[in-house]
Ligand binder design. Sequence first.
Ligand SMILES: [Fe+2]
Ligand SMILES: [Fe+2]
Length: 197
Amino acid sequence: MGRENSLDLHEARLSASFVMTEKLHKFHDECIMPHLQVGAPSGAPLMKNAIQLLTDDHKKIKSLLEELANTSTRAVKKRAQLLDEVATMLKIHTTIEEEIFYPAFKQAGNKDDAKTYFEAMEEHRAAGELVLPDLMGTKPDSEQFSGRAKVLKELVVHHADEEEEGMFKRAKSIFDKAALDALGERMQARKAQMLGE
Ligand SMILES: [Fe+2]
Ligand SMILES: [Fe+2]
């Protein structure tokens, strides 16, 4: 084999290995990447920031309350089971807000934000210490239960909507991305701790 032929062969090999590497990259990008959670180590849950975490909770609680308010006086078992879920979720949600999110919001905000804070705290008290315990002490086969379940739903939906439209929008301008992520992480840890209790 002459020197020229040997160089040609070398070039052909290089170009074949280049094509192969390209194919491997393509396979990686198209077939492997979609199955991986980008930005999180494989298997770890994707962290939500504070607003995402609280808004997702709102969606779940609203849908449970909607379901509860639509039950009939005959659905005794269902009512008890749904009420139990609502009570647990409300307890966890209001606790992470009152222990972590609200104080951070009040501290970082201005006078108007402090007013929002106190109003939100009172709404928690109305739902968690008055309306919910009242409903829990009501016979699930009664019309009083139906009425009280609707009142709880309306109170919580109003409160959650107000938080999303007011406090959370404002929080996005008060806190930077890192602060919202850190608050989300702390609330997630507190949630996990309460669920384990
Ligand atoms: Fe709240
Ligand atoms: Fe909330």
